[in-house]
Ligand binder design. Structure first.
Ligand SMILES: [Zn+2]
Ligand SMILES: [Zn+2]
Length: 244
């Protein structure tokens, strides 16, 4: 896994957001095909929205993966250099047959993807059953995105294998947030909150809080999900939080 040797500089934003770090590990650029902003513009908009660190995770399948990772890495590296921002070039393995998830995740690592997330079994789309477990078990996926009607067994395996489970502010995929939170809590799996932003749907501190409380979580859970877990994930992928 390529490691980003850059520190988390405070973003140029309002005095309020400076005090509240925002982490988001699921953003889409135009390389995804169904999103509109180029990776560099998306990065600047995220920085302008007060983001502290974030990952662009473009949709990939086996055929598109090498090109998408190569182009995204080039844009992300240039944005990082110019702005000193903590941006990861990642992928979202999307709508792959479960039997291909491990192979695609390995390809993503080999191509230099800095974060690998997998499109889970959202209730908002037909996703082939088995995608959740294949992503969890392959040992190469960092985050299982919008896992829908995740089972307790899957959540337990995610806890054991260190796979983060995603809560999302995305309007459709977020319909199962309550169940994902409940299963993660019961299993001891780690949660993140991401936006799945395809345009201008950036997280704000208030939206983060409302989505998490709306998922049935409590105020005392927020720090772990919004701060502690993101920092642990950044550390795992090699980003230092030195200059915060
Ligand atoms: Zn997805
Ligand atoms: Zn997505």
């Amino acid at each position: 896994v390529a490691s980003g040797d850059f520190s988390l500089l405070p973003p140029p934003s309002s005095p309020y957001t400076r005090l509240v770090p925002i982490y988001d590990f699921h953003l889409h650029s135009a390389l995804s095909g169904d999103a509109e902003l180029g990776a560099v513009e998306l990065s600047w908009r995220a920085i302008s929205a007060g983001y502290t660190a974030f990952a662009i995770t473009d949709h990939c399948a086996i055929g598109t993966l090498p090109r998408v990772v190569r182009e995204l890495r080039a844009d992300v590296e240039s944005a990082r250099r110019e702005w000193g921002a903590a941006i990861l070039a990642g992928v979202e393995l999307t709508h792959l047959p479960p039997g291909l998830i491990e192979r695609a995740a390995r390809m993503a690592r080999d191509e230099g993807a800095e974060l690998v997330i997998c499109h889970g079994e959202t209730i908002n789309e037909p996703v082939e059953p088995g995608a959740n477990l294949a992503a969890i078990e392959c040992g190469l996926v960092d985050v299982l995105a919008h896992p829908g009607l995740i089972t307790l067994h899957e959540a337990r395996r995610a806890a054991e294998r260190g796979v983060y489970l995603e809560l999302t502010s995305s309007r459709g995929h977020g319909l199962a947030n309550g169940r994902v939170a409940k299963m993660a809590r019961a299993a001891g799996a780690k949660l993140l909150l991401n936006s799945d932003n395809h345009l201008f749907d950036f997280l704000t501190p208030e939206r983060q809080r409302r989505v998490l409380l709306g998922a049935g979580l409590e105020e005392e859970d927020l720090e772990e999900i919004l701060l502690k877990n993101p920092l642990a994930l950044l550390e795992r992928v090699g980003v230092t939080a030195g200059a915060q």
